[in-house]
Design a protein around this ligand. Structure first.
Ligand code: NOJ
Ligand code: CA
Length: 598
């Protein structure tokens, strides 16, 4: 495929890229051991290419005990032998690049896996030794150090401290882990740790990766000076200070680390990019996204919202403004390996906090998948039309629902085991992909899959949807290819609908409009050529739970081979019956063009 050539050499390739997340263990198993692998991914590069994506983000593929799905990294500069080899990694980079697809890898700097050679050395060394000082070891309280050093809880529950046995067999010190006990936190005050991560960054840059997704980017620096230890539940944004002085998260000093990584990124041509997974107060995202830092920061705000036009507009405007202020572009995310799949989420009874709902209701879920899928695809089309980059999670393109009934004995997520009362698990979105209608593991591999797939999975397989008009896969392909042709600068104009607050409608600089109907009644469309709808129109109108893209001026589109094509023969007037307000805020960001209608 040569349809990505226009991105070559572009240092801003990521600003409006569509990034497809691969969870390697669940994508494609080439050698039939039930675990996805690099060969499997290589074999599917033509499929990735056919989607019309710009980049792949690969979740961790490093050697790991898999206590947290690979986010417990035992060696940052190698490949898990169950997943492949470095030679295969190089081959994958080549194959992706030949298809003009960039590669972003996941880097996990807050903690290692407990089999990391440095953690093993720390266990063998004495308290106070340089080896222990690479992690966060403390003496326990109480007469014999038997009481944990503080009441800090782990994100996966319950405590963030685990006691070790000293080499002489006596009960020993405790170490801190914000996640599972197999994920000891690094001590970033130690220059050795910093130098080692710089080495890792260079290692993957030299192998040709184009960027890094930075796991828990806001947690690296902690205030542990003078015997201070945080006494609280970790990871709760609500209780986190928003001035850079919190004792656990988002401390100002963390940006020194990313400035040093940026210096490395900029040694390459084009400079490598980074995207921060930083769960911080929204006003604190800009420094992560600055060009002196990682360059981009995830905004996960759309993950927590319901089917609510007003809220969606608020989130979109807020994030576009914030990204503009930091000189970056924002990210749109509906799905990833940590959250319930969005066709299921949108099919749930009306609730706003989907994370909570899932935990408490997993086994008695009443999901309306028809509604969920319609809303999910309308959302997808709307987000793809907004300025910024879009992150898509494997299987999303197939309309794959969450697997809600994985038996407890098959669960893998540490969240499930560490919080047994809550029933929380992220495994339902990590079930290996169905490639074929039937057969062993539906074409995932030849010998089963590491998480059980339900019998209905084949109906969502690539085989079942490929080339089928009206399938979810063909909708995604069409949306991504059409988007590529329409992509323009990052300005946006919001359209008012004074008499209908349930419409989200905006226009890009070249006359590309996106209109989504969050209401119950069909609404008329603006004039112009309809180039995409997430569901068929209803008597020429935009039905409920639907998004349409319209090109309202003789827009210039770039076709896949890079030549310009024109659609919309004459300049079409905007339909005043739809655009009652008609306010356009001059292409700027975050104007209040639509808010008054809400
Ligand atoms: C965020 C990752 O997305 C998640 O999967 C992981 O469990 C935690 N960070 C800890 O690394
Ligand atoms: Ca395999």
């Amino acid at each position: 495929m040569s349809d990505f050539t226009f991105l070559k050499g572009d240092k801003n390739w990521w600003r409006q890229a569509v990034v497809y997340q691969i969870y390697p263990r669940s994508f494609k198993d080439f050698n039939g051991d039930g675990i996805g692998d690099l060969r499997g991914i290589i074999s599917k590069v033509p499929y990735l290419s056919s989607l019309g994506i710009d980049a792949v983000w690969m979740s961790p593929f490093y050697p790991s005990a898999l206590a947290d799905g690979g986010y417990d990294v035992d060696d940052y500069r190698d490949i898990d032998p169950r997943i492949g080899t470095l030679a295969e990694f190089d081959e994958l980079v080549d194959e992706l690049h030949k298809a003009n697809i960039r590669l972003i890898v996941d880097i996990v700097p807050n903690h290692s896996g407990s089999n990391h050679v440095w953690f093993q050395e720390a266990l063998k060394a004495a308290p106070g030794s340089p080896e222990r000082n690479r992690y966060i070891f403390r003496d326990g309280k109480g007469e014999n150090g038997e009481i944990r050093p503080s009441e800090l809880t782990s994100h996966f529950g319950p405590t963030a401290w685990t006691r070790i046995t000293e080499p002489d067999g006596s009960p020993g010190q405790w170490y801190m882990h914000l996640f599972a006990s197999e994920q000891p936190d690094w001590n970033w005050d130690n220059p050795e740790v910093r130098a080692d991560f710089e080495k890792t960054i260079k290692f993957w840059c030299d192998r040709g990766v184009d960027g890094f997704r930075v796991d828990v980017a806001h947690a690296l620096i902690k205030d542990l000076a003078n015997g201070h230890l945080p006494e609280r539940s970790s990871y709760d944004v609500e209780v986190m200070k928003d001035d850079g002085t919190d004792d656990l998260f988002d401390r100002d000093e963390v940006h020194e680390i990313y400035a040093s990584w940026r210096r490395i990124f900029n040694e390459y041509d084009p400079p490598r990019m980074g995207v921060a997974e930083a769960w911080v107060h929204a006003n604190r995202r800009p420094p992560y996204a600055s060009e002196k830092g990682l360059g981009q920061s995830f905004n996960f705000d759309m993950l927590g919202t319901g089917w609510d036009a007003k809220e969606v507009k608020r989130i979109a405007k807020y994030n576009l403004t914030a990204a503009e202020k930091s000189g970056s572009s924002t990210t749109w995310v509906q799905d990833n390996h940590d959250v319930i799949r969005h066709v299921t989420r949108f099919g749930l009874p009306e609730v706003t906090n989907f994370f909570d709902w899932y935990g408490k209701n997993r086994f008695r879920a009443q999901v309306d998948l028809g509604l969920g899928t319609a809303r999910a695809n309308a959302f997808t089309a709307m987000l793809l039309a907004l300025p910024g980059s879009s992150y898509i999670y494997q299987g999303e393109e197939l309309g794959l629902p969450e697997v809600l009934d994985i038996p407890a004995e098959d669960m893998q997520d540490p969240q499930f085991f560490r919080n047994p009362d809550l029933g929380l698990s992220r495994d339902g979105c990590r079930v290996p992909l169905p490639w074929e209608r039937t057969g062993s593991s539906f074409g995932f591999g030849s010998n089963g899959s590491h998480l059980p797939q339900p019998a209905w999975f084949g109906g969502y397989s690539v085989e079942a949807e490929d080339g089928v008009d009206g399938s979810n896969l063909e909708f995604y392909r069409r949306a991504l290819h059409t988007r590529r042709g329409l992509l323009t600068d990052e300005s946006i104009s919001w359209k008012n609908h004074l008499f209908n607050s349930k419409i989200v409608h905006f226009e890009r600089a070249n006359g590309w409009q996106s209109i989504t109907n969050f209401g119950e009644k069909p609404v008329p469309l603006p004039k112009g050529e309809v180039v995409l709808t997430s569901q068929p129109l209803v008597g020429g109108k935009l039905g409920p739970n639907t998004t349409a893209w319209i090109v309202s001026v003789p827009a210039k589109l770039t076709s896949d081979d890079g030549t310009l094509i024109t659609i919309g023969a004459a300049a079409a007037m905007f339909d005043s019956s739809v655009d009652a307000g008609g306010a356009v805020d001059g292409g700027g960001f975050g104007g209040d063009g639509g808010a008054s209608a809400s």
